[in-house]
Design a binder for this molecule. Structure first.
Ligand code: ADP
Ligand code: MG
Length: 701
């Protein structure tokens, strides 16, 4: 069936009409025949098996049974009436329950006649009951076409309320196959079909909606998953390749004096092998005439900052300016101070621009940026304001890019005619495969080695009831001259409650650690930036021993003397957040500790998270567990959760298919970058269609 025909509005399909069309559109985003055909079942029900009542389990699975109704009655309740039938087979008895449509059911149900029933069972006051079962007379059932596996389509409450039940969706799908005769244009090239032994598009679509048997269903799923991942990879890879060809970048052909001076005279430590390797990768990019777009991944404390600084020095040595953007004022401050210290005595000018910089100072910065006196600008989102104009920005470093939307990234991008090189640093370890699919348009460098001499952080899980012991431990550490973080969760939805927890906790700490022996800082979101900075500063300088905070300190803050991280209500944090928080300690020479405090009631996911934290300090291992617990959408944060809205494939479970797809996409594009060869015609055509109808990810800036 040709592709244009599939763009027919869904309202024209027999059985749909304007009302249903509207519901399909608003609930499932189905606007055309094509969209409907791509509505893949979430799962399939095995209707080959008939359960006995005796065999029923207290699980949520749907079951099919054969039996008779021997009794039916209406029960009046405060909340309304319900109809209850007693259903038996030769193994036992259960109830069927209706809350709606009772009159019709009462009039039409046949007593003492064999029925096949189907649905989900509840365990309710000592008995199994099935609300609103699907029912069919056994006699009719035996005559009918038996679909071994019944597809279950994605649905919403509203769809069901408007009468678009699974059965209706199924009917519509049948109608679609009738109207299209089940013939669909092939969308993969003959050589791919051959090489991977894939079934044809038409066969795959038929069997995904009306599986003839398990084997064909598996083949259909494989083919469609491969196709989905293949075109995504094709898009990502071709963006990356064409980017390199088309987007010219400044050529930094020199190493330059600032870099050399810094490297030979001022580097405070030897670089790790990983840092050296990454700097080499970056240097290769900068000298390639194309814009660099590189993601620098490195666990907390792996030493990304120095890599960023040396990259900025390369820019300066080639006559360009550089900027470094951080997600919070605290971090921007810290970067600024750190950089200033490292550059002490060098002829490199550096300024800080954040929301709280005064107008007059701001004006001076603008001026010096425009005339080129300023070499490095460090700051927050304030860097993105239109007033900030550079003489010649050659490099933009973005720290902790998760906090930045893609839109902001591209805003930085469009400041010059020739875009600056971009280095994005992130401490959130993203498993390789996920990074590959999400950031296929970026090149990736990984610092996979911590600076030498780091002691691993001892992590323990303690219940709230042991708080006194924990406080005793804190006291000992403080007496040894160490500093302590105590972190409370802050979740926007319950901000007021969280705030109360934090203040209660703070008060109890103040009671147990009284002045003048102990000084305590507190930092939370409801404070003014200046006050936050002041409190933070006191802790950084060692004037206070305990920092009570919400997750403000999660990112990047560096206080090497802090050796204990106490995380309150640890069960409420995600794994990657826990890992980030833990990374705040273990930065000095001393043994560091992370104490995860919780109550006794823990969900099984929470237990897994805590156990994982106690077991390992490896960010990538933690990220893998996190991915398994949460799924990729969540991992990336809400900003990007839509990104992984795949129709059929699953980035985690279908990891192997992803690799295969990527491999083939890469090979095809390498041999034929603009897909001009005849054997790639199908691919070129399909890809163009996908882009045209926005059926492929369009999130990449
Ligand atoms: P992150 O990757 O989390 O941003 P930082 O760049 O803040 O890590 O580095 C963490 C700490 O490790 C800093 O105090 C930094 O000075 C130090 N550091 C970085 N690289 C090395 C190295 N090669 N040898 C010793 N210390 C290092
Ligand atoms: Mg950092």
């Amino acid at each position: 069936m040709n592709a244009n025909y599939l763009q027919t509005p869904i309202a024209y399909l027999k059985g749909v009409g304007p009302n249903r069309a509207e519901t399909l559109q608003s609930e499932l985003g189905i606007g055309t025949y094509q969209d409907l055909i791509n509505l893949f079942p979430n799962r399939y029900l095995d209707k080959t098996h008939y359960y006995k009542i005796r065999e029923l389990q207290r699980s949520s699975a749907e079951v099919q049974l054969v039996g008779k109704i021997i009794h039916i009655k209406t029960i009046e309740q405060k909340k309304g009436k319900r109809l209850v039938a007693t259903f038996t087979d030769d193994s036992g008895e259960m109830e069927l329950v209706w809350f709606r449509g009772q009159k019709w059911i009462r009039e039409n149900l046949k007593l003492n006649t064999p029925y096949v029933i189907f649905g989900k069972c509840n365990w309710y006051s000592g008995k199994f009951s099935m609300p609103h079962p699907e029912m069919e007379l056994l006699a009719t059932h035996e005559k009918g076409l038996k679909i071994a596996m019944q597809p279950i389509y994605p649905s919403t409450e509203k769809l069901a309320a408007k009468g678009i039940t699974n059965r209706v969706t199924n009917k519509l799908m049948q109608q679609l196959f009738i109207e299209t005769k089940g013939q669909f244009t092939e969308t993969l090239s003959p050589s791919l079909l051959h090489e991977l032994k894939l079934i044809s598009k038409s066969e795959a679509l038929f069997n995904i909606h009306f599986p003839k048997n398990q084997e064909l269903l598996a083949k259909a799923q494989f083919r469609l998953k491969f196709e989905e991942l293949f075109y995504i990879q094709l898009q990502l890879i071709s963006k990356n390749l064409s980017h390199k060809q088309k987007i010219k970048g400044y050529n930094f052909d020199q190493i330059g004096e600032p870099f050399n001076d810094f490297y030979s005279n001022r580097l405070p430590f030897d670089l790790t092998g990983a840092q050296k390797r990454v700097i080499k990768e970056i240097r290769a990019d900068l000298g390639s005439n194309a814009q660099m777009n590189r993601l620098l991944q490195g666990d907390v404390g792996s030493g990304k900052t120095i890599v960023a600084l040396m990259t900025m020095l390369l820019a300066i040595g080639n006559g360009f300016q550089a900027c470094l953007m951080a997600p919070t004022e605290i971090l921007a401050n810290q970067h600024f101070n750190g950089i200033k210290e490292l550059l002490e005595g060098m002829n490199v000018n550096c300024a800080l621009l954040t929301g709280s910089v005064k107008k007059s100072a701001r004006r001076l910065i603008h001026e010096q940026l425009e005339n080129g006196e300023l070499h490095i600008l460090v700051g927050t989102h304030a860097l993105l304001e239109d007033k900030v104009q550079y003489k010649n920005l050659g490099l933009a470093v973005v720290d902790e890019q998760h906090r930045f939307g893609v839109a902001q990234r591209s805003k930085l991008w469009h400041k010059n005619e020739i875009p600056p090189h971009i280095l994005i640093m992130t401490a959130t370890p993203i498993p390789r495969t996920l990074a590959m699919s999400l950031y296929g348009d970026l090149d990736i460098s990984v610092i996979d080695e911590l600076p030498p001499g780091r002691k691993s952080i001892k992590t323990v899980h303690r219940f709230d009831s042991n708080r006194l012991k924990v406080f005793g431990f804190i006291r000992d550490e403080i007496n040894k001259g160490r500093q302590i973080y105590v972190v409370y969760p802050l979740i926007q939805e319950s901000e007021a409650l969280d705030y109360k927890d934090l203040m209660d906790g703070y008060e109890s700490i103040v009671r147990d650690f009284p002045q003048p022996n102990y000084q305590i800082s507190i930092v939370h979101g409801q404070m003014k930036p200046a006050d936050k900075d002041y409190e933070m500063e006191r802790f950084v300088k060692g004037e206070t021993q305990i920092m009570v905070a919400t997750t403000v300190i999660e990112v990047g803050v560096n206080v090497p003397n802090a050796s204990v991280m106490i995380i309150e209500s640890a069960e409420r944090f995600g794994l990657s957040q826990l890992h980030q928080l833990r990374g705040r300690v273990g930065r000095g020479a001393e043994q560091s500790y992370c104490i995860l405090m919780t109550g006794h009631k823990l969900s099984s996911d929470a237990k897994t998270r805590l156990e994982t934290m106690v077991r390992t300090g490896d960010g990538f291992e933690i990220a893998d567990v996190d991915l398994k617990l949460r799924g990729p959408g969540d991992l990336m944060g809400t900003q990007q959760s839509g990104v992984l809205n795949l129709k059929i494939a699953d980035i985690i479970k279908d990891n192997d298919i992803l690799h295969t797809a990527r491999h083939h996409a890469l090979q095809i594009l390498k041999a034929d970058p603009s897909l001009e060869k005849p054997e790639n015609l199908v691919i070129r055509h399909t890809y163009a269609q996908l882009v045209k109808h926005k059926n492929i990810w369009t999130y990449i800036s």
